[in-house]
Design a protein around this ligand. Structure first.
Ligand code: ADP
Ligand code: ADP
Ligand code: MG
Length: 446
């Protein structure tokens, strides 16, 4: 691969450009009118403005992206996360133009993108899924007919969902019809698909996911797990690896289950198999597989010393994984803090504006991924992620100690960020003793 179109923005565009540069691959950035001053624009070898600020007129505009890719002689395209990264039809369009999509095949995206279908596939491979409905429904009466088998509380989820949207917790049967209707309209608006499925809802559960990788030569490896239990509205805020709530034998079971799924579908490229884990019973259940690079892939990079985006380029070009035949060793502990332009004191209200002061902490044990800088104006059109602060330590205690210092040293003026929230979390006894669950932020921290 010689030249890659970076079909994204923000910190992940920067990350892709850097990863391509270190494997000797050129990059072409695209940007909307609102992103003229984003650092991904000047970091790439070339940059092309593709349209007005709304994503539908820029980053989601398939024709423009393919046109730019062809005009600039790109032979590869990296979709990042969000935007077009999980659209199987887009992979087909790239392929038809002779451009290599850096990600899995269209069939893999289609299979795992339909989460009801994914549940069936994973069950057939012998991995436990969350007890729930067999298929998806758009008809309320059909769904209503199976709720008693699942029991309450239950979770209504969008078959094509993502980013924590299109989900509703139903406490008892009297709420079912109205919440189903709400979830259906939200899913239709967000994903263009109103089909919903049902799962038993676990009130105190952890989120543990496994980074997997496959290549077209049949090699499959895992790179260990990430604990992403700290969430708000089903969206991750802080992630760490390794998970300190599982022992080595549980870790092996979860990682092996993820590998069984990856191998069972002949998966190619980077993927993440997500599970929920019940620390009381020790049971884990598959929830979904993300067929792309994830926001939190960085902590796996830090503990393995590998470059996952570089590995994606390698595998897409048809080469075997650099670590084919083994599961890379992991060393130490890493924590990622999502630094969002949101005000934790005002229910995480987005806080666009100018970064009057912006001095991220620096140390040998800190990695900071970002597209912003002092003086940067945060546009109101896209997600609020300003950067990812990743802190490494020998163990969790050292990583937490260093995180405290790093978060305290982070200087920001002009906009509200999630830094004070993270400081509160890491000083909280429940978090220090690791007794949190996915609703802890909403129910206990408040
Ligand atoms: P998304 O595509 O939006 O990430 P997920 O299926 O991964 O959708 O669900 C998002 C989050 O919601 C999970 O990380 C987990 O915290 C929570 N969640 C999902 N399914 C369940 C469930 N059955 N019970 C309790 N929590 C769940
Ligand atoms: P991860 O599992 O990698 O942490 P997130 O769920 O936090 O992913 O999503 C990462 C980004 O992608 C967020 O900006 C989110 O809004 C966006 N995103 C995720 N899924 C979708 C989707 N199906 N459609 C549109 N945007 C999505
Ligand atoms: Mg998920």
């Amino acid at each position: 691969m010689k030249r890659v179109l970076v079909a994204n923005r923000g910190e992940i565009a920067v990350r892709i450009i850097e990863a391509c540069r270190s494997c000797g691959v050129e990059t072409v950035a695209v940007y909307s009118q609102a992103d003229e001053s984003s650092s991904h624009v000047w970091m790439a070898d070339q940059a092309v403005r593709i349209g007005r600020p709304p994503a539908s007129e820029s980053y989601l505009c398939v024709n423009k992206l393919l046109h730019v890719a062809l005009e600039t002689g790109c032979d590869g395209l990296h979709p990042g996360y969000g935007f077009l990264s999980e659209r199987s039809g887009f992979v087909d369009q790239c392929t038809a133009e002779g451009i290599t999509f850096i990600g899995p095949t269209a069939d893999h995206i289609r299979l795992m993108g339909d989460k009801a279908e994914a549940r069936r596939t994973v069950t057939a491979l012998g991995v436990p899924v969350v007890p729930g409905s067999e298929g998806a429904f758009s008809d309320i009466d059909e769904a209503y007919a199976v709720v008693q088998d699942i029991g309450f509380p239950l979770l209504i989820k969008a078959r094509s969902g993502g980013g924590g949207r299109g989900m509703r917790v139903v406490e008892d049967i009297s709420q079912f019809r109205s919440l189903f209707a709400q979830a259906r309209s939200e899913a239709e608006a967000a994903f263009g698909d109103g089909e919903l499925y049902l799962e038993r809802y676990f009130q105190r559960i952890r989120h543990i996911e496994v980074q997997v990788f496959g290549d077209r030569h049949g090699n499959v490896s895992h790179l260990g797990e990430r604990d992403c239990t700290l969430q708000r509205r089903h969206q991750k805020l802080l992630e760490e690896t390794p998970s300190t709530v599982i022992d080595d034998s549980k870790r092996d079971s979860i990682c092996n289950a993820a590998v069984a799924i990856t191998r069972g579908i002949n998966y190619e490229g980077a993927g993440t198999v997500e599970f929920i884990y019940d620390d009381l019973s020790g049971e884990f259940f598959f929830i979904e597989m993300k067929t792309r690079v994830q926001v939190e892939h960085t902590i796996s990079e830090v503990v393995t010393g590998l470059a996952l985006v570089g590995e994606q380029v390698l595998v897409a070009a048809g080469d075997p994984l650099s670590f084919a035949g083994k599961n890379p060793d992991r060393e130490g502990h890493a924590i990622e803090f999502r630094i969002n332009a949101e005000d934790p004191a005002r229910d995480f209200l987005p806080s666009p504006g100018i970064l009057k002061r912006w001095v991220p902490p620096q140390a040998e044990w800190i990695r900071f991924d970002s597209h912003v800088y002092q003086g940067y104006t945060i546009p109101p059109y896209y997600d609020s992620l300003l950067g990812k602060l990743i802190v490494r330590g020998r163990d969790r205690d050292e990583a937490l100690e260093r995180s405290r210092a790093a978060l305290r040293a982070f200087e920001v003026q002009g906009v509200a960020t999630t830094i004070p929230f993270h400081l509160r979390v890491i000083d909280h006894p429940d978090f220090i003793s690791n007794q949190v669950h996915t609703r802890w932020v909403e129910t206990e921290l408040k």
